[in-house]
Structures are given as C-alpha cells and as structure tokens.
Write a protein that binds this ligand. Structure first.
Ligand code: ASC
Length: 150
C-alpha cells in the first residue's frame, strides 16, 4: 500500500514536470489553447477595467473574482508557444521564438502585474484597483505592440 502510494505520487510528480508541450498533439491545438486563455483573461481583465475606469459600477466582490481569474489565466498561454505553432491561424510574431528571452520577460512582467492587481482588488476600495490597473494594462499593450501582428 505504502509502496503503491510512493509509486503513484512519483508518477504524478513526473507527469506534472513533463514539458507542457506534451499537452498539444498538433501546433493548431497549441494555438487554440493559447488564444482561448488570452480570450478568457481579456474578458475578466476587461470587467475589472470597466470598474477601474468608472464605466461600470464598482463592486468589490466582482472585482476580486474577476481579477483572480485574470491572474490565473495569465499563467497559461506561455507553454502553448510550442515549436511549429508560429504558423497557422495566429497573429503571434516570429520574435516570440527568435527573441524568447525578451518575450519571457514581458510575459513574466504581465503575470506579476496581474498578481498585484488581484491583491489590490482584495483591498476592497476602487482607488487601490485604479492604481494597480494601469500598470497591468500597460503590460498587455507592451506585448501587443512588440509580439502581435496587426
Ligand atoms: C484589455 C484587453 C487587453 C488589454 C489592453 C491594454 O481589457 O483585452 O488586451 O486590456 O487593451 O492595453
């Protein structure tokens, strides 16, 4: 029993450590996956933005929930920029693969700002939300400007 447990926890650890690229059978699967995660992230980030800008009434609970989802989504797309997925139904620029260190830096910055946004949203006042929203939005724009085709 103990041995079995050790075996299965070892197996689980191994599976979790496998390169994320193993999740995608085909390049188009990776493209679909990363687009989906950006779409969900954008929807929830946009709801926070509407409150931060006063386009929607401030609702502390909704802000915290939406910012949390955006922050969780921000962890997902990166593993889906797999080899060969630069071609196809994508606006991803070749620079993502050519200058991957710069792309990773931008991606890390975006995740860090969304983590801050989600912490700020939990403070429960709209000023904290406003303060964190701008820098987070700037990290979205940075990648669009540098790494996404028109
Ligand atoms: C959004 C969204 C983005 C960013 C970006 C910020 O709500 O979908 O991609 O904000 O427009 O500049």
């Amino acid at each position: 029993m103990k041995k079995q447990f050790a075996f299965f926890s070892g197996l689980l650890a191994l599976l979790l450590a496998l390169p994320a690229s193993a999740q995608f059978a085909k390049p188009e699967d990776a493209i679909k996956y990363r687009k989906a995660s950006f779409t969900v992230m954008s929807a929830h980030f946009g709801r926070v933005g509407a409150m931060a800008s006063g386009r929607a009434p401030y609702d502390a609970k909704a802000a915290a929930e939406n910012a949390d989802i955006a922050a969780a989504m921000s962890k997902l797309p990166w593993a889906a920029f797999t080899e060969g997925s630069d071609k196809g139904d994508t606006r991803a620029k070749p620079e993502i693969w050519k200058d991957s260190a710069k792309y990773k830096e931008a991606a890390d910055k975006m995740q860090a700002e969304l983590t801050k946004l989600s912490a700020a949203a939990k403070v429960g006042n709209v000023d904290a939300l406003k303060t964190a929203f701008g820098p987070a939005a700037a990290t979205c724009k940075n990648c669009h400007d540098n790494f996404r085709k028109e």
